[in-house]
Ligand binder design. Structure first.
Ligand code: SF4
Ligand code: SF4
Length: 370
């Protein structure tokens, strides 16, 4: 373990930019912390924190200069690896009437992600299984994933809707990163403990001129890791998969549907949801067409359109599909949970529906007797 000064994060961003990376990290915009290009420390939300609860998100100024004193916002890294809209291929009519097919542009700049939380590393592992772990790999995702440089941050102050500790995906970043940082800040000290997770991370850490962590500094980082889980606002029951597998006809889904607006916010903010639709976009002369993929949601009625119409017509059916897929059948399909406990779907649900509360309610009353 090594120690770097807060200012070294600025050096890190500038070195990565100089090496040709497009550096993306947390920044403050429109009253939220979102992910966008960053050029230095001045772009990070230094001295800010977020307050999160079901259907509630507010930024507040901190009384210190913490670099990473907040948790996750409405954006996830998904928007870079699996963009909301992507041209998959183009067909162009030739003079002899045949068509030439070209792959869509591969939007794959070398990117560095700064400030990734442990739950977000886990979410990328989940999406890797979806897009790369099947018989056919997703070409665009593979290209965007290949040369990533990932700088993780272990959460020191989890939020009110976080529950990654109960999903075993955080809050300490343990693997899947090039560099991991743990921020230690109090009235007398402010430093970051840095760990390399790859050769590229080790080489970059050397360029930041770190010094070995003393026993006291190491103990301070260990305190952060030990205390953070107890600050989580929520917890998912460990037997969620079994509970939901037995609850297909549970009356809870109708009750939840009375509140659910079927707005799809929960799926759009979720770092693992991958539903999409494809559309043909032809030109007016009929000479060229593009096949475009866009994010979709299982909360949209038309997403379940098969022969004869949608087969999940009710909101209850769509809510049940989402929660049982996330926490139960995802295991059967991809060998892991589809939920990493980031809490975004709870915070950004306009009516505050809480995935942990839903599972707890069904678990408490498995027969739905009320
Ligand atoms: S289901 Fe909710 S808590 Fe789980 S990963 Fe998706 S947004 Fe995060
Ligand atoms: S659970 Fe909440 S966020 Fe999701 S579709 Fe329903 S109202 Fe929208």
């Amino acid at each position: 373990m090594h120690v770097i000064a807060p200012q070294a994060v600025d050096t890190l961003i500038r070195l990565l930019s100089g090496d040709g990376y497009e550096v993306v990290g947390p920044t403050r915009r429109d009253g939220a912390i979102v992910y966008d290009r960053v050029g230095g420390l001045e772009d990070l939300p230094v001295g800010w924190t977020d307050e999160q609860a079901p259907g509630h998100y507010r930024l507040r100024e901190r009384d210190d200069d913490a670099l990473f004193g907040y948790v996750v916002g409405p954006h996830s890294w998904k928007k870079y690896l699996f963009p909301p809209e992507e041209t998959l291929f183009r067909l162009t009519r030739q003079p002899d009437g045949s068509f030439v097919t070209e792959p869509g542009p591969s939007d794959a700049p070398r990117r560095a992600f700064i400030g990734m939380r442990a739950c977000e590393l886990a979410a990328i592992d989940v999406q890797d299984r979806v897009f790369l772990g099947q018989a056919v790999q997703d070409r665009g995702y593979a290209a965007r994933r290949r040369d990533l440089f990932m700088v993780a941050v272990s959460c020191a102050e989890p939020g009110g809707t976080c529950f990654c500790a109960s999903m075993d995906t955080g809050p300490r970043a343990r693997e899947g990163f090039d560099l991991a940082l743990t921020e230690v800040i109090d009235a007398t000290q402010h430093f970051l403990v840095a760990e390399a997770g790859s050769d590229a991370g080790r080489a970059m850490l050397d360029r930041l001129e770190p010094r070995p962590a003393s026993d006291t500094e190491q103990a301070a980082a260990e305190r952060v890791w030990a205390e953070a889980p107890s600050m989580m606002g929520r917890s998912m029951p460990g037997d969620a998969r079994e509970v939901l597998n037995r609850a297909f006809e549970h009356p809870r889904w109708e009750e939840t549907a009375e509140r659910c607006l079927s707005c799809s916010n929960c799926t759009l903010v979720c770092p693992t949801c991958f539903c999409s639709q494809v559309e043909e976009v032809p030109d007016l002369e009929g000479q060229r067409t593009e096949r475009v993929r866009r994010w979709d949601s299982c909360f949209n009625q038309e997403h379940s359109h098969l022969v004869g119409g949608p087969h999940r017509e009710s909101v209850a059916a769509r809510y049940r599909q989402w929660i049982t897929h996330k926490l139960a059948t995802w295991h059967d399909q991809f060998g892991t949970s589809g939920c990493v406990g980031c809490g975004r779907c709870i915070t950004w649900c306009p009516v505050g529906i809480d995935i942990t509360e839903e599972v707890t309610a069904v678990r408490r009353d498995p027969e739905g007797r009320g």
